[in-house]
Design a protein around this ligand. Structure first.
Ligand code: NDP
Length: 377
């Protein structure tokens, strides 16, 4: 049976290669859910760099970014990242494939790929400037890919990479935390019930930190089950007042954003001790979309600079923006923690490939409790 299945896969792949087309959900313009279109005639990606791997997608997942990108969020900056020198003859991002997480199988490797071979099960976070995972195939560079944890199914695995690489980038690069320095650290996570939050709680607990989480009351069981030491229900009243008598924090990871959250969260940091506030909700892409590249970058840069300076001088705390960053090696470490039973995937809903628009609707409704996954293979 196994050899028959391999034979079938090879022949399916062979026939797709011959026809040079695959199935994918694409958008041809920015807008609401109506712009999503499924097609069997999307050009198969091919390996263009010696460091690339071609992956057959088994499962994908959605992030708030997919909803935002469907509406055109980040188009200005992402266009620059796709074509920095404006040399592409086809000066359009359409048809654009969304989907930032992939779990799948390597089917072909570039000549200089050393860590992967055809048949390897892999997972990855797909950079927003590349074609996404709501498709049968995609290409990524070897550096962006990691071996999937053996203990997870593809649908479970697809729930992790984008939130994991984002959380790691924010917690390690921006907040300076790592597995060796967390045992005496107190961390506050706002929006702990969503994708980034549910991953970050578990990672920080695995690293030994004390973790406080803000979330709605009906998510308390979920976040406590993932290891949160203290939970504050933001729907039950002023969060700052509820945490007034609590010891101050070394790090705030803000998944909610907004002026109000910033104000009270910064006030909960331990002053003059190297404490850091890291928000994942920055105005950078909104700013470049609204004001164009040069002015948008300048405005966002000024805003960051002035907040950083003001908070350092007045409170003695660091103010930083956190961003997703592609990082296959970081996912290798996550994979090891998953296989050791220290990190669990948190899947709220799983949709078949035929119901991608319904999955977008689900994520757009908000109130995430972990991730929404799509079975592709
Ligand atoms: P999700 O939508 O998965 O989770 C957000 C969670 O926050 C939900 O569980 C929601 O539940 C909860 N929430 C909403 N309002 C509040 C509040 N006032 N206080 C506490 N909890 C609240 O988002 P992600 O976890 O994937 O991402 C978090 C944020 O980070 C998003 O804004 C996202 O766009 C951003 N992000 C930025 C990245 C970057 O590179 N800068 C990368 C990845 C994410 P409920 O409404 O029921 O309370």
């Amino acid at each position: 049976l196994a050899s028959c299945s391999i034979w079938c896969r090879r022949n399916l792949y062979g026939s797709l290669r011959r026809h040079n087309s695959m199935s994918a959900w694409v958008i041809d313009q920015y807008g609401t859910n109506e712009v999503l279109r499924v097609s069997d005639e999307i050009m198969m990606p091919t390996i263009n760099l010696a460091s690339e791997v071609l992956i057959k997608v088994e499962a994908a997942s959605l992030n708030p970014l997919d909803i935002a990108m469907r509406g055109g969020y980040g188009a200005t900056l992402l266009k620059l990242r796709r074509d920095p020198m404006s040399v592409m003859q086809n000066d359009t991002e359409f048809p654009l494939i969304l989907g930032r997480d992939v779990s799948g199988v390597v089917v072909e490797c570039g000549s200089q790929v050393t860590h992967f071979a055809p048949g390897d099960e892999v997972w990855a976070a797909v950079p927003p400037w590349k074609q996404g995972s709501l498709a049968q195939y995609l290409t990524l560079t070897e550096y962006e890919v990691s071996h999937k944890p053996k203990s997870l199914s593809h649908t479970e695995a697809a729930s992790v990479p984008y939130v994991a690489t984002t959380a790691l980038s924010a917690l390690v690069n921006a907040a300076g935390l790592c597995s060796d320095n967390c045992s005496d650290k107190r961390v506050l996570i706002t929006g702990g019930s969503g994708g980034v939050g549910t991953f970050s709680i578990q990672l920080l607990k695995a690293w030994g930190a004390h973790v406080t989480v803000t979330c709605a009351g009906n998510a308390e069981g979920l976040v406590r089950g993932l290891g949160a030491d203290k939970v504050v229900d933001y729907t039950a009243g002023d969060v700052a007042a509820q945490l007034e008598a609590t010891e101050k924090y070394d790090v705030v990871l803000d998944n909610v954003g907004g002026v109000d959250t910033e104000r009270w969260a910064l006030g909960l940091l331990r002053p003059w001790s190297g404490a850091k506030y890291v928000t994942l909700v920055s105005p950078l892409l909104h700013s470049t979309d609204a004001a164009g590249l040069a002015e948008g970058l300048a405005r966002a840069g000024c805003s960051l600079h002035s907040k950083a300076l003001q908070n350092l001088l007045s409170r003695g705390v660091f103010y930083r923006w956190g961003f997703y960053a592609p990082d296959g090696p970081a996912l290798d470490e996550v994979s090891a923690l998953v296989d050791a039973g220290k990190l669990l995937p948190v899947v709220q809903a799983c949709f078949p490939f035929s119901q991608v628009p319904q999955a977008f609707q689900r994520v757009e409704q908000g109130h995430a409790r972990g991730k929404t996954v799509i079975s592709v293979g």
